[in-house]
Write a protein of this length. Structure first.
Length: 75
């Protein structure tokens, strides 16, 4: 698999376990990269968030939360 579009690198971490006479074997390679960046929220996500902040009360069940959001949209 080509990794041209990925911005990470393959790392083989050092020796593992054992004594100084027999330091152990190398572990497998691990692909490491930076955490994904945040993306901007869409206007739809903003509207749903505002509706939820206005109508959802603490302690509501998931079903009740979804129903409250549906009522905002008239669906």
């Amino acid at each position: 698999m080509a990794l041209k579009t990925k911005s990470g690198f393959w790392v083989k971490h050092g020796r593992r376990g054992g004594t100084s006479g027999f330091p152990g074997s190398y572990g497998g390679y691990i692909y490491e990269r930076a955490a994904p960046q945040d993306y901007p929220k869409t206007s739809q996500q903003g509207k749903i968030g505002k509706c939820a902040r206005d109508n959802v009360k603490k302690g509501m069940s998931g079903t009740a939360i979804h129903e409250a959001i549906r009522k905002c949209w008239g669906k």
